[in-house]
Design a binder for this molecule. Structure first.
Ligand code: SF4
Ligand code: SF4
Length: 137
């Protein structure tokens, strides 16, 4: 079942989503990819875990508790950005275009095609565009 984050990432595909960590812990892989994309990201994989930003329990562990898009979605009382009249606004998270991804892989050789597949969960714009198309928004 699809589980969207507030900005439209796919928690159900995310390698740091708690249910996925509990069945198959691949956090070392995702941390290695994130370190390539975000220089300076060097957290101990064993500490990187998330209950999904739809979770509103007070003790939920969220990867980014200060996310502005999340606060905005909550204030609008909608499930995610895909249902927002202002979508996609300036707060909506940017993501690399397909062209930029190809450049990182083929030209800059920053990461591999296998590793690129690990990023599918985080393509919020693709997911939300698809959601809106399917729902006639
Ligand atoms: S990091 Fe983002 S995509 Fe992953 S589980 Fe948390 S909210 Fe969902
Ligand atoms: S205004 Fe932007 S961040 Fe807020 S819900 Fe709409 S699309 Fe998402």
């Amino acid at each position: 079942m699809e589980v969207f984050s507030r900005c439209g990432m796919r928690c159900d595909l995310c390698l740091i989503y708690r249910p996925n960590v509990e069945t198959n812990d691949r956090r070392a892989e995702i941390c290695r990819v994130w370190t390539k994309i975000f220089p300076g990201f060097s957290q101990d994989p064993s500490t990187v875990i998330c209950d999904g930003c739809q979770c509103d329990e007070s003790n939920a562990v969220l990867f980014d508790r200060n996310c502005k898009a999340r606060s905005c979605v909550i204030s609008k009382n909608i499930p995610h950005c895909g249902q927002c009249d202002e979508y996609p606004c300036s707060l909506f998270p940017a993501e690399p275009t397909q062209e930029e991804l190809h450049q990182k892989i083929d030209v800059e050789h920053q990461w591999t095609w296998d590793e690129e597949a690990l990023m599918a969960a985080y393509r919020c714009k693709c997911h939300m565009d698809e959601y809106r198309k399917q729902n006639g928004l």
